[in-house]
Design a protein around this ligand. Sequence first.
Ligand code: NAP
Length: 274
Amino acid sequence: MTEPDAGCPSPAQAAGPRVVITGASSGLGEALALEYARRHPRAVFALVARRHDLLALVAERLAPATVRTFALDITDRDALNDAAERFVAEFGAPDIVIANAGISAGTLTAERADAPVFRRIIDVNVVALFDTFAAFLPAMRAEGRGTLAGIASVAGIRGLPGAGAYSASKSAAITYLESLRLEEREHGIRVVTIAPGYIRTPMTAANHYRMPFLMPADAFARRAVGAIDAGRSFVVIPRPMRVVALVLRALPNWLYDALFARAPRKARITGGST
Ligand SMILES: NC(=O)c1ccc[n+]([C@@H]2O[C@H](COP(=O)([O-])OP(=O)(O)OC[C@H]3O[C@@H](n4cnc5c(N)ncnc54)[C@H](OP(=O)(O)O)[C@@H]3O)[C@@H](O)[C@H]2O)c1
C-alpha cells in the first residue's frame, strides 16, 4: 500500500467533503472522483484500487483537492482496514464512501474452469462491498452522519444468461444495500444504491454486442453524484434504463425466458485473472 499524493494542505485547511472511492483507477470510479473535484475543489479524497500508477494519474487530475491513494486489493480486508484507519486518523470520518470497485466476466456452471472466476466475482462485487463499508462505518456512526453509496447494476434485476456470477453479485449488492439502508437509518447514515445500465468504460469495452442507451462516464458521474448528494435510496442511470429495469422486474418468467434465452453473453475468462 502506498500514498504518494497530490495537493497536501493540512487537514485543518481542507474544507471540502471527505470522499472515499474504491475502484478509482479507471471508468466510473475515476469519473466520480473528477465530478466531486469539479463540484468541490477543496474535497479530500481516498482513492482505492490495485493499480498504483493509474491512481496517481487520477490524483494529479483532482488538483487542488487533497488526495491519498491506497493501492490495494479490495478483497484484502486487513489492507482495507489499515487504509481506513490511516485516512480517518488524518482527516476524520468520511462524508461519503462509494463502493464502486467491481469486476465482470461471463461464467457457465457447466464449465469447471469457471468456478474460481465465479468465486472471485462474488468476493470482489459482494464481500468487499461489506468490507469497504465496515471499515469506515464505526467512525461515521460516531459522528452520526455520512453517506454510503454502492454501485450495483441493472444486470442485478434479473439473471442474465452466461453472466450468472455477475448478475448474482449485483442482485446480492442490491438487496445487501437495502438491508444496510434500513440498519443505518437510525444512526443518521444514508445508503444510496446506484444501478448503472451501460456506461462507456474499460469494462464495457470488452462487450462485443449492442449496448442500449450507452452513456459516457462523465455524464453518468454527474447524475450519480447528484443522486448521492441528494441521498436518493435507489437510482438507475441512465434514465431510460429505469424503464427497462421496471419492465424486467415485472415480466413473468415465461416471457422473460422467451425474450432473454438467446441474449448476447459476456465473454468468459479463459486462463486469465481478474
Ligand atoms: N460500465 C458499466 O456499464 C457498468 C454497468 C453496471 C455496473 N457497473 C459497475 O460499476 C463499477 C465500476 O465499473 P467500471 O465500468 O468503471 O469498470 P472498470 O473501468 O473496469 O473499473 C473497475 C475498477 O474497479 C477496480 N477493481 C477491480 N477489482 C479490484 C480489486 N480486487 N481491488 C481493488 N480494486 C479493484 C479497478 O481497479 P484496479 O484494476 O486498478 O484494481 C477499477 O478501478 C463496477 O462495480 C461495475 O460492476 C458498470
